[in-house]
Structure formats: structure tokens, C-alpha cells
Design a protein around this ligand. Structure first.
Ligand code: SF4
Length: 183
């Protein structure tokens, strides 16, 4: 039985974003095919960590002591909830044998190529959200919603036992990653 693919719940149209919105891309042919095959496991790490909808926007930053924290726009430290959500995502992934996740780019939980810099001025910096980071550290391949074709190539190669093709799919520069690499 093929392993499920962990997807950010907001990418599936679930209204779980901080402002009660969603970023649904479930009409994308790759995601639609995974949904039709029953391979999708949806999770919002921030809700899993106990945060409500709506909630103040939050961003990752490094404080004066060099500690990684997540603060909301009012200065409240929400690191513990973000870490709890990342742990929930990892245990769900392990329980179901997940090898691949597609997570919402830019989020302090789900971002895999960039996050916002902690100044709440919409300034992007290369980096990862807590959940994406935790999954990657555990050896789970993470792509963003801008990389669905690359994610599919990676999965097909993995399931065909072609490690070299999977590595090439994971490393191939996508438009979004290329833009970051050049910034
Ligand atoms: S934590 Fe992830 S799944 Fe939840 S709203 Fe943010 S980006 Fe979407």
C-alpha cells in the first residue's frame, strides 16, 4: 500500500489560516490525482499545536540571545504552540509512514524555501518553518505548493526504486527556488 502524502490543510481549501482563509490548490492536477487515489493526509500544525482560528499572524525570528522563537504580531511568544504542532506533524507522519510532504510556502510552520523575517513587514528571507524543518530533519522530503510537479517526479522515482532520479527531482531548481537562490 503506497504511503500517504502529508499536505498543509490550507492547501486543500480548509479555512485554517491565521485569518480564517485558505490557499486551496486542490484543483491542481497532481494534488487532484493524489486526492482521488486517497493518498492525502491533511494537517494544520498550528491548529494541532492548540492555536485557534483566527489568530494573530506570527513570524520566526532569532532573539538577542540567539534563540529561535516565534512571536505573534502583538509580541506574544507562541513558540511552544508551534513546536507542539511540529511534533504532532512528525508523529502523524511516522504513524502513517509518510515519506513526502507538500507544505505551504512562507509559513512560520510550513515554509520550506522562505519565511518572513520577524519584522511583520512582509520581508522574505530564505528559511524554513518549524514543522517543515522537523520533518526534513526526520528524513521526510518536503516540497512547497509551487513544486507539485517536482514532488510527483520525486514520488514516482522513489516508488520505482530509482534513487538517482528521486535525488535529481529533489534537487532540480524550481522557479521559486531559483528566484531565492539568486536573491
Ligand atoms: S500552519 Fe500550515 S497548514 Fe496551517 S494555515 Fe499555516 S500554512 Fe496552512
Amino acid at each position: 500500500m503506497p504511503s500517504p502524502i502529508l499536505i498543509s490543510a490550507c492547501l486543500l481549501g480548509q479555512p485554517v489560516r491565521y485569518d480564517g482563509g485558505a490557499n486551496g490548490v486542490s484543483q491542481h492536477p497532481v494534488l487532484a490525482a493524489w486526492l482521488a487515489a486517497g493518498r492525502v493526509l491533511a494537517l494544520c500544525p498550528e491548529l494541532a499545536g492548540g492555536l485557534p482560528v483566527p489568530r494573530p499572524p506570527a513570524e520566526r525570528l532569532r532573539d538577542a540571545q540567539g534563540r529561535e522563537r516565534v512571536l505573534d504580531v502583538h509580541g506574544r511568544d507562541v513558540t511552544a504552540a508551534f513546536e507542539a504542532g511540529a511534533e504532532q506533524a512528525l508523529s502523524l507522519a511516522r504513524e502513517h509512514g509518510v515519506r513526502l510532504a507538500v507544505l505551504k510556502e512562507g509559513s512560520p510552520s510550513c515554509g520550506s524555501g522562505y519565511v518572513y523575517d520577524g519584522s511583520f513587514s512582509r520581508r522574505r528571507v530564505p528559511g524554513r518553518g518549524l514543522t517543515a524543518e522537523r520533518l526534513m530533519q526526520a528524513g521526510i522530503q518536503v516540497f512547497s505548493e509551487h513544486e507539485l510537479e517536482a514532488a510527483q517526479r520525486w514520488l514516482q522515482a522513489l516508488e520505482a526504486g530509482d534513487d538517482l532520479a528521486a535525488a535529481a527531482a529533489a534537487a532540480a531548481p524550481t522557479p521559486r527556488r531559483k528566484e531565492l537562490d539568486e536573491s
